[in-house]
Write a protein that binds this ligand. Structure first.
Ligand code: FES
Length: 56
């Protein structure tokens, strides 16, 4: 859970999982708006999608 998913913004897997579980986000766009993850180089977007699928 401490794995860095978005190195541009220092967002960990745990940060993203918590946001999904607590706020009910279902799309990458919502994660981008809420956490700024995936908004710089975009290379982590696929990983964010995988997390979204795995957490539901
Ligand atoms: S690693 Fe997430 S935007 Fe660059």
């Amino acid at each position: 859970m401490d794995d860095i998913i978005c190195s541009c913004n220092h967002i960990t897997k745990g940060d993203i999982v918590n946001a999904i579980q607590q706020k009910g986000y279902t799309t990458v766009e919502e994660i981008q708006d809420a956490l700024d993850a995936g908004t710089v180089c975009g290379s982590c977007v696929d990983e964010i999608e995988e997390i979204l699928k795995s957490v539901k």
